[in-house]
Structure formats: structure tokens, C-alpha cells
Design a protein around this ligand. Sequence first.
Ligand code: HDD
Length: 714
Amino acid sequence: MDTNDKNNDKLDQLNFFKTDNSDEKLTTNQGLKIRNNQDSLKDGERGATLLEDFILREKITHFDHERIPERIVHARGSGAHGVFKLSKNMQEFTKAKLFTDLEKETPVFVRFSTVAGSRGSTDLARDVRGFAIKFYTDEGNYDLVGNNIPVFFIQDAMKFPDLVHAVKPEPDNEIPQAASAHDTFWDFISLMPESMHMIMWLMSDRALPRSYRMMEGFGVHSFRFINSEGSAFFVKFHLKPKLGVHSVAWPEAQKISGADPDFHRRDLWEAIESGAFPEWDLGVQIVPEENEFDFDFDLLDPTKIIPEETVPVEIMGTLTLNRNPDNFFAETEQIAFHPGHLIPGIDFTNDPLLQGRLFSYTDTQLSRLGSPNFHEIPINKSVPTVHNNQRDGHMRQQIAKGKVSYEPNSMGGGCPYQAMMSEGGFDTYGERISGTKIRARSESFVEHYSQAKLFYNSQSEPEKTHLQKALVFELSKVTIPAIRERMVSQLNFINKDLAKIVAEKVGVEVKTLEQPNGSIPADADPEALQSEERETSLNSSDALSMKNTVKDSVESRIIAFLVADGCNAARVSELKSKLESKGATVQFVAPEMAPVKSDDGTELTPKHSISSTMSVCFDAVYVAAGSASTQQWLQPDYKNSVVEFVNEAYRHCKAVFFDKETDALFDKTDLTDFHSEDPAVISVKKNDSDDSFITAIASHRVWDFEKHRNGFIK
Ligand code: HDD
């Protein structure tokens, strides 16, 4: 699909608000042209500044007020415009035109985020990622405000402020930033058995995405679809990235946070600028209302998934991001999502976490954006014009004509009048309910460990190792041994080996918890929750392991070409063209930023010098052919850096290609110990072809060789 110039109803609406300073004169906010933007108005050249300097006052006043509160959670984020194109008419299940009109391309804005960190924090925190989509439909805005993890820490919104207080920096010293590895988080979590399933996801590499473009998205809660006959279906939303689900490793994440804290933001921006538009299949798992109780968990419990083996995901269409915002603040920062922004054909369920969210989102915009008129900010405006009797308030934009701002009225001809359902009027699903008011948790929400087990069991060996190491890292930062101990005792309910491994490394013993706190009723036996009946019917689910993800493309992967004077220009150009023809990006890394003179005199312009980047920022490394260039790399100024560059890529299981006449450098690296079956060590000596390199890059990493590559197995 082509791109930035392509317009739609939402982009046309936004265009109306855009300004362009080209060829324009500087003005005040009142449109007055400014003659001198260098000096304030003074009483003589050396005199005091005059209060009457309205130009200075206006400029400074605006500056003084240009910050707004950051989001209370999900403060750090990046967004992009795009479209959703339906491929399957879902009218059997929903009347939402978004999911029934095959002709329509619905404009969207998507914002990705981390949760715990501040607006300026690193992208590579170990954290959940937000995945919020605003669909600008012809029936009004529909927001799907999800995450890259399909379950949540808590079952009831009542606990949300506690969760967020626990994970945010500790209140006395505001440490640590954008990290869950601290006392208060694990204190809370170890007392909340319901969080264990989410903790398995959070400690997995899912919490360290390679790119926003390579993450799944989930609506988390069960929502409802309602068709035109009024029949309802439970649905769970899924977004599956066409590029597959890929992650970086934790030691890399920590280094990237220093080398390029904007790694995900930059990646999204650059991919879209270069025309490599990120795409996801959007699908739903559908459960008819009458099957609500067919599962060994409660569909209303947001700490549970419906395994894809039990209910497959039906793909409805494709979400494509194809345009970067023009202004970060105006668009990405001011966009306001809310799970309660609905359209006919979609409705909520009684999930108690979702119910609380329905209050929180509008409420938070009032302090964040400062006015109930936040819906009038261009990025938040619906495509259909708003007609109602709401009036006034800070920063009101709409000029509502006439005397009438009430209903019923005769003076306005009764307008704006209520829409019938046949005219698109929204009608809440008539769920039959009868109950007694009660502040309690349902028995059906009580079991917390079986899906945590399912997740852990479904991981490949390298994924399990990473998860164990993540827990060890996090709990090693916990200063209070009793919290570490309580946490490993929780892990013991999930997997005894996992608990043992972590306990040993964090210096505590696994103890039987006498009384897991939280939502387990006082009379429940924690061991009984582990009994056979409490196991999920599934032992393992392929969909939960990233090992089984798509690995067929090098599109938008960034390959470091280590080039130095005298390198083989023909080989560099040949491999570069092959990679680029498959959509990969090649960046030259040279000893210095000066152009490199290759063997035939062609100049290669480096994007980085070896001292200004690290291989953690790349997907693969190619060492360009040539004995002269190899000798230059081995000069004392560059040798340590280039060897570390290669070794680090190797340690993190990336494809590394040593071309002809590079042995002298190869011999200095850890690759000399490589396993003969390792498919991502590419060398002309092994008769590997360029295609082997391309296949290795597409497979992302050879995690299975991680232990060999790090010297644990010879
Ligand atoms: Fe939330 C922001 C996702 C539970 C209250 N949430 C926010 C964003 C995402 C989510 C992606 C960022 C939106 C953006 O980019 O602007 N939140 C979730 C998911 C949840 C969840 C998937 C559970 C399934 N959230 C949740 C609960 C509450 C909130 C239970 C409160 C009761 N969330 C908020 C908030 C935020 C927010 C405080 C902060 C900024 C904003 O809303 O606009 O209202």
C-alpha cells in the first residue's frame, strides 16, 4: 500500500488543523508579525526589561505552561497512523460496520507504550507494552485499548492503584525508573497469587520486544459482539504481527537502553518512513453466549486466556501503519483512549477489571488534558460531527449555533434527536442479570496457577532459561529476603524446578506457604489448588511459545556491514543488493566516520563508527571480505571494539557472516569455538552461501545454540 499522501476521512479532518511555516513570517499568537525575536524591550540598551513587552510575556508565558501531566501509566509511548481493512465479513457475529463492510478502509491511530516508566524513560524496560488502537469509524470512534500480553496482573479494578503504586518508583526516593526489579513490586506480587500467570509472561522475553512491529496485541478482556438479530458472542481480540513475534535478550536490552533509549520509537518511525509498513492480522476468538460455562476458568476473569487450541482465532482483516504523525505532542501525546468508546455491535462484559477501566479513562483525561472538551482535540475528534447539548467548558472549540441546548425542545425542532437502532443508535446489550449487591470475588475466579503452568510448560528450553534468569535478576534486586522467599514459594505452585532454580540463585529456601494471601478464600488449601482437577485440560500450547512464530522474512531487519579501507567492493555491493531486495536495511559500520575507500576505489559512507554504536542495535553482522580491511580492523585503535562487536552479536545468537579473507579477525573472536551445526555462523570456509545468511537472519536468533555460544556447552 502506498503511503503518506493517501488520504482518508480522518486525515482530511486533521489536514484542516495543520500549519506549515515555509515562506511565512514569525507572528505572535494574535497573528501580529514580529520584527525582533532576539531582544526584549528595555529601558535603554543596558536597562531593565519593561513589563509592557507583551511579545516577551506571551512567549515566556506559553513556554512556562507547555508541559501537561504525563499519563499515570503508559507515559512513554510512540504512535502512528494507519488503516484497518476488513477481509472477512463478520455479520454473523456483529453488526459493527467496521467488521462488516468489506469495501471500507477504516482510518486508525495506534499508540504503543511501556507501562511503568516516565515519558522520557527507555523503550527497553522489562515491561508490558500497551497496544492501543483508535478506529475512526463512520459510526464514531471505537477504541481497542490492549496490551502485548493477553492477561492482566489483577482480577478487579479495585486493586489497580495498588498494583501501579507497587511497580512505580518507590515513593520515598523515586527509585527505580521504568523497572519492576525492586522491593515494592515483588512485595505486592508475592502476596497476589492472581498475578502469577501474568508474571510468567512478564518474565518471558515477550517483555523485551525486538520492535513494536514484532509484538502481538490482545484486547485481554472478553468483550461482546452483537449481531443485527441481537444475538451475542463473547470475543477476545488478537493482533498477530506479519513479521512474527521476536524479542531481544535481557543483557542486550540493558545495553540498548544506554546506546539508544529510543530504540523502539526510532524503529517504528524509520520503518514507516522507509515504506516498510508494519502489519498485523486482527482476529477474534468467538464463544457463543450459550457456551459461556464450557471452560475450566471464568471467561470474565482477565487473568485467563482461552487457549487457541480450544478456540481458534478467526482473522477478520489487516491493520497497517503507514504514516508517521506530524507532531508528537499534538497527536501521540494528546490522543485519549478509552475502552468505553464503543460502536453498535460491540459491548462490554462484566469482567470486574474492565468495569473499573470504564470509569478511569475519561476521568484521567480530565486532569491530563485539562478539560471535558478533550474530544475536540483534532486527534481525538470522531469523523462523524458531534451533535449534542453538551456545552462550554475550558477550551471549547465547537461553535454550536442556536438557542437550544436542552432536550426535549420544540424551539430546535426537537433536534438533535435520538437515533433509532435502525439509524445506528447504540443500544446496550440486554444481558439478563439478577443478583444481590455484594463486595466479593466469584468462586470461579479463585484458581490462579494452572494457566501459569500452561504458559511455562509451553516455552522452549531457551525461553524457560530466559524466564528463570529474569526472575533471578528481578528478585536479586529485592533487598528483603522474606519477599524473595515468599515469591519463590509462589513459583513452587507453578513449577517446582523453576522455584528451586530461582531459590538457589537468590539465596532463599522454598517454603510451603501456609496461607497464600490475596483472593484465595481463607479456608482454601493451596496444595489442593495444585491438584489434578486444577490442571488445565491442555498441557502445552504452541501459540504461547515464540519459537513457533513466523520466521520467513528479513524485511526491515538492520544488518551491520563492518567495512574498512580496502574491503571488497564487489562483494559488499552484491550482498547489500541481495539483502535490500528482500527488504532488509544495510548500515555501514567503519573504523571512523570518514568515508571508506574500497578495493576498487568506490567510497562507502559509514552510518556509524565502531566507537559510536554497538552490535546490540543490529539484527546481524557481516564482516566484509578483504585482507587489507581486516588488517585495518586489527589496528590497536579498533581491534577491541570490533572483536567485542562481533562477540556480542554471537553471544546473543545473531547471524554473523565472515566473508573471504577475514580469518585474521575471525581468529580473534569467540566464534573460533562455534558448534559445527550452528546455522547462523556463516563462513565461506564452511561453503556457506549468501542465502544461508539471509535464512539465518529471517530465523531471528539461534536461541538453541545460546548455551554453546556462551561457552556453557562445548
Ligand atoms: Fe489501562 C492507559 C491498557 C487496566 C487505567 N491502559 C492505558 C493504556 C493502555 C492500557 C494500552 C495507554 C493508552 C494510550 O496509549 O494512551 N489498561 C490496559 C489494559 C488493562 C488495563 C490492557 C487490563 C486489561 N487501566 C487498567 C485498569 C485501570 C486502567 C484496571 C484503572 C482502573 N490505563 C488506565 C488509565 C490510563 C491507562 C489511568 C493512563 C492514561 C490513560 O489511561 O489515558 O486511565
